[in-house]
Design a protein around this ligand. Structure first.
Ligand code: NIG
Ligand code: FE
Length: 414
């Protein structure tokens, strides 16, 4: 018989709950709900109660909780969420990085058959088990940084069997890490150069043959596409997203990275998120603000490519939502340090602490359509991270250098 387990953690110098904040628009630090000298009571894998430590103490004791007494000062936050990564891949693109720094652009490298296609070749060479193992390693590194939920895209297979291999590897990896991996099918990353047929034929084959398998085998609920000069046009992608929508998948788009256009597609299809947006102009920003599509900034890609940041300040001031993700991938964003990148975006785009932290907690949860996490509230999954500091502002101030020293995933300390 299952016995219920209670754990009571505290006293916590500051618990920044991220609760009761709007999903859209600018945020001020004064809006943050910060509980001083807090206690968090966990029942199995969920938050059972949260409030001032001494208010909760009698109840915690009477129900026989395990007492986790914190020694020293800690700031608690909900586990971070990285809502956009490509951490399932083989090989490295250190060569591309050097080429880019020697003056050859990302798109030029892509056009000459390198770039993403190079990773496709190396990912196809790797076995399913090997890919799962590499994904687990990267997920565990993220988890140590306090990222308890990680979206992971396919998109380096670019053939039905190879995309399936990647998504099965992500599923296997999910079973072998404490982090939650949320899979996304990115079979429409770039047109496969070895496909016997047109781009349209490829997209049709994927939507007719792969989509049903994703459903029947529970491999992904999310469909992504890269709308770009070297990838797919807004027109090509129409029937593909139409099919995905009819089948009930959530849609997300790699949009406006080098040229504007993808965000329009995202809003037309009611996409859950539009990601990148480095090249979005006022027109695209207004469009996003008028929709429920979440804008996702990927500062790791700006740092990896030496490009401008997503206009995060403008996006928030326009009233749109903004999540922040790492885009961790071997090409444009090899660093994979979400907190450092979010903090850097904050410096360049003049974001408040509240906006940076919202971008990697509840707004990132919204970008993944996950209602069960992203805040410290009763009933939410007990994904908790503890930074060894007495002031939550130290987290962005130290620009990613300060890492959480205590992490709970689904109520279990890891
Ligand atoms: O989000 N923009 C397209 N896709 C990835 C990069 C993938 C790669 O270069 O391998 C991105 O930046
Ligand atoms: Fe990406």
């Amino acid at each position: 018989m299952h016995t219920i387990k209670y754990t009571f953690i505290g006293p916590i110098r500051q618990a920044v709950t991220m609760a009761n904040l709007p999903v859209k628009g600018a945020l001020k630090d004064e809006q943050l709900h910060v509980i001083q000298e807090a206690g968090i009571l966990i029942k199995d894998d969920k938050i059972y109660d949260i409030g001032p430590y001494w208010d909760l103490y009698p109840e915690a004791q009477s129900i026989g909780s395990d007492m986790v007494n914190l020694k020293g000062d800690f700031v608690a936050l909900p586990g971070f969420i990285d809502c956009h990564t490509h951490i399932c891949f083989g090989g490295s693109r250190a060569k591309d990085y050097a080429m880019r720094n020697a003056g050859i652009s990302y798109l030029e490298i892509a056009k000459s058959g390198g770039g993403i296609w190079d990773t496709v070749t190396q990912t196809r060479k790797a076995s399913l088990d090997k890919l799962a193992q590499l994904t687990v390693q990267r997920a565990n590194r993220h988890l140590k940084d306090g990222i308890t939920t990680i979206e992971v895209k396919s998109g380096y297979g670019l053939a039905i069997e190879e995309e399936l291999k990647m998504l099965k590897a992500i599923k296997l990896a999910n079973e072998n890490t404490f982090a939650d991996l949320i899979p996304t099918c990115l079979a429409a990353h770039i047109p496969p150069i070895d496909y016997q047929g047109t781009q349209k034929d490829y997209l049709k084959a994927v939507s007719e043959e792969l989509f049903p398998t994703l459903r029947s085998e529970g491999l992904a609920n999310r469909i992504d596409a890269f709308i770009e000069e070297t990838a797919f046009t807004a027109e090509d992608i129409q029937p593909y997203f139409q099919k995905a929508k009819e089948m009930g998948f959530d849609i997300t788009v790699h949009a406006d990275q080098f040229y504007a256009g993808g965000s329009q597609v995202a809003v037309n299809f009611g996409a859950i998120s539009a990601d990148h947006l480095e090249s979005s102009t006022d027109k695209e920003i207004e469009l996003l603000a008028s929709s429920d599509t979440i804008a996702v900034a990927l500062p790791g890609a700006s740092l990896g490519l030496g490009m401008a940041y997503t206009p995060a300040r403008k996006i928030l001031d326009s009233g749109a939502s903004l999540a922040i993700a790492s885009d961790w991938n071997p090409g444009s964003a090899p660093m994979g340090d979400l907190l450092m990148q979010a903090a850097a975006l904050g410096t360049f785009e003049k974001l408040s602490n509240a906006e940076v932290l919202a971008g990697i907690t509840f707004r990132a949860a919204a970008a993944l359509n996950l209602a069960d996490r992203g805040t410290l509230e009763i009933g939410k999954i007990a994904d908790l991270i503890f930074f060894p500091t007495d002031d939550y502002r130290e987290i962005t101030y130290q620009q990613g250098r300060l890492k959480p020293s205590k992490i709970f995933k689904r109520g279990v300390e890891i």
